[in-house]
Structure formats: C-alpha cells, structure tokens
Design a binder for this molecule. Structure first.
Ligand code: AMP
Length: 370
C-alpha cells in the first residue's frame, strides 16, 4: 500500500524518506484561516484531519498522512512573517524565552477506513543574541516562509538555539517517533509495500555459511523466469526516468541484477570487486568484517567526476560493504543517485548507516532477524 503525504513541505517528505519511507505527495488546499478553534492542540489535530480527509478522497487503497505544525508563544500562534520588520519583532519576542511547537497528525487508511490522530509538543528555548547578529539573520531572508520566522535546521540559526525539549523532528514539521508507530498500526508494512512474488521466491538457508546466519539466497528468485522478470521490471520502473549515467554493482551478486538493469536502461555497467581482481589502476577502500578487515576496489577511470551513479547489491546487512562501495564512487568524484538492494535486513542497521552518510536507499523486501 502506498504512502501519500498530504503536504507540500519538502522537510516532511525528507524526514519520511530519511526514515526509509517511499512517499507520494498530494497537496491538500485546506483554507486554514477558515477554522476557528481556540485550543491549539485541538486546532492542529483538526487541521491535520481536514487535510487528510481532502486528500483521502483522491487516493483509494492508500495510507494518507497529514500534519499541521504551529509555533505557539504566550497563548498565540506565531505564523510566517512577511516583512523584515515583522520577523525582527517576532525574533525579539522569542529570544531569551521558551516557546512551544505543536503538531497535529492524522493518518487514514483509505482501504479499511481506519483513522488515527495524535499530537506532539516540543519546547524550544532561544538565546538572547546581539542586535548585529539578529540583524544579519533578518537580512539573510532565512525567516521567509517559515512559521515562527525560523528553520531549526538552518546553520545560520544555530547561534539562536539554547535547547530543545521533546521531539526535534516535530520542530521540523513531523514528529517521526510518533508517526512511525501510527503508520504501522494503520497497516503500512514497515514503510514499504513489499512485492510478495519477489519475497516468496527468496530461499532462506539457516546457519550458512556459519552457525547463526540466516542466508537469504536469491538464486531461487533468479532461476525463476517469472520472479526474475518481475524483479527486473520493478527496478526498471523505478529507475527508467531517473538521471543516471552508469550502474555500479558490488561483487558478486550485485553483478547479476546490476548488469541486467544497466542493459535494460541503456546504460553502462561498472563492477566493484574484491581486492586484487581488477587488472588496471584501482582505487581501494577497506571495511570492517566481524573479524578483521576486507577491501573492495574500483577502476580509477570507471567513474568520472560528476557522473551520477546507481549503486546495486543483492542485500544490505550491516552496511559495511555498501558504505565502502559508496566511498569508492565518491573518491572517483561520482555522485550516488541511490543505493538499491533487493533485500534489507533492518535489524542489522545497514540502511540507516547509509542514510546517515547522506545516501538515498531503496530496497524491495525486508527480512527480520540476522
Ligand atoms: P554487509 O556489509 O554486512 O551489509 O553485508 C552485505 C554483503 O554480504 C552483501 O554483498 C550480501 O550479499 C552479503 N550478506 C550478508 N548477510 C547476508 C545474508 N544473511 N544473506 C545473504 N547475503 C548476505
């Protein structure tokens, strides 16, 4: 089931994507001024529900997520400021004080009709800063389009921050710690709609290559005509209109899907190999194994500076291999469009590790456990 975000906020979309969700955006055009509710908690929850309802009508078989965030100080909403003068007045009020950031959240499953609502509040304390620093901030125009006249993630705003109590992502517009369990409860499976055909054709070999490892064997998927085709169709569909110059695959199972995908996209293919296998000049990157170290390599001239690279492997576990492969591409001056895997083992944290390196990650299916 797809996740539809009823908001034009790029920050909300980013928060969801950073947490591994694939999101479609469908903007609701709710007139917020038409709603008159005094209690801020009731107000943000009501607005979130209105937005979700509007977008739900257009999206059957989906999970719709809507949110409304307000900066609140001394019993009043602090909205977006239009002029430098207004923004300065607002900042002067907030400096040296603690204000509240409220979010209302509404999620709807348009297949089952289930609706969940919640709210979150965080406390933000700002420092008293000098007139010059305030003036500099105002003339930079950073306040424009932002409730409360600031964006907590702006590096320029760091000087103002004294502290935050509660959810940080709430201040950015979406308290992800609260949203994730709601999405799960409403029926969005682990953030992805898993292609069951692909998942069902992957064989699990317990205790291979050693005791305790559940080996997710994709050879059973690859030998199956229908399964392999479906797998490749899904990947082609995802990448066919993306701006990609070359596909890089990680030895050795990343070659199977990576090379086939490159061919179908009409692109070239670059192998990332274990140390000592590539014949020409290489760039090398070491990474930690459970015991000891290993290294992978890429031909120095395989990726040119500025090239947009799609990175492919069969599976991501701890993420050690993929981070090393990403570093190789970066060393050559390439940009990683996305790192794409058939399988993710979320309990091993590899996907989060890559995301922390600023890399977009896509996976088709997940298996719990090691
Ligand atoms: P990691 O560096 O921990 O993310 O490991 C990823 C690499 O090891 C991939 O190239 C996988 O092919 C392989 N791998 C790790 N764990 C498994 C597993 N449980 N089943 C199949 N392959 C695995």
């Amino acid at each position: 089931m797809k996740l539809v975000l009823a908001s034009k906020s790029t920050r909300r979309k980013q928060i969801l994507e950073d947490n591994g969700y694939e999101v479609e955006v469908d903007i609701s055009d709710v007139d917020e001024r038409s709603v008159k509710i005094d209690d801020v908690k009731e107000l943000v929850m009501h607005l979130a529900e209105l937005k979700a309802k509007k977008v739900a009508k257009r999206n059957p078989d989906s999970v719709v997520l809507a949110a409304d965030t307000m900066v609140y100080f001394e019993g009043k909403e602090i909205g977006q400021q239009e002029t430098d003068k207004d923004a300065e007045d607002v900042m002067r009020k907030l400096m040296g004080q603690t204000h509240e950031v409220w979010s209302g959240i509404c999620v709807m499953n348009t297949k089952t009709g289930k609706v969940l609502k919640a709210h979150e509040v965080s406390l933000v304390t700002l420092k008293q800063i000098s007139d010059e620093a305030l003036h500099e901030y105002i003339i930079s125009g950073q306040y424009k389009g932002k409730a409360g006249a600031y964006n907590i993630t702006d590096p320029e705003f760091e000087n103002f921050m004294e502290g935050v109590e509660g959810s940080y992502t709430n201040i950015m517009g979406l308290p992800i710690e609260k949203v994730e369990p709601m999405l799960k409860e409403i029926g969005l499976k682990e953030g992805i709609d898993m292609p069951e055909l692909v998942r069902s054709k992957i064989r699990t070999v317990p205790h291979w290559p050693k005791q305790g490892i559940m080996f997710r064997d994709i050879t059973t998927l690859l030998k199956d005509r229908e399964g392999y085709k479906h797998l490749m169709d899904l990947l082609v569909e995802r990448y066919k209109d993306k701006d990609i110059d070359v596909v890089a695959g990680i030895e050795s199972r990343g070659f199977i899907t990576g090379a086939a995908l490159a061919h179908r996209l009409g692109l070239g293919f670059v192998p990332i190999r274990k140390k000592g296998k590539l014949p020409h000049e290489t760039v090398s990157e070491e990474y930690d194994l459970e015991y000891g170290k290993d290294a992978i390599e890429i031909h120095k001239d395989a990726v040119e500076p500025g090239m947009k690279v799609l990175l492919i492997d069969d599976l991501i576990a701890t993420g050690g291999t993929a981070v090393a492969a990403a570093n190789l591409i970066k060393k050559c001056g390439g940009e990683i469009v996305e790192a794409s895997f058939i399988v993710d083992l979320p309990d091993l944290g590899g996907m989060k590790k890559l995301q922390q390196e600023g890399i977009r990650v896509h996976r088709l299916v997940e298996f719990e456990g090691d």
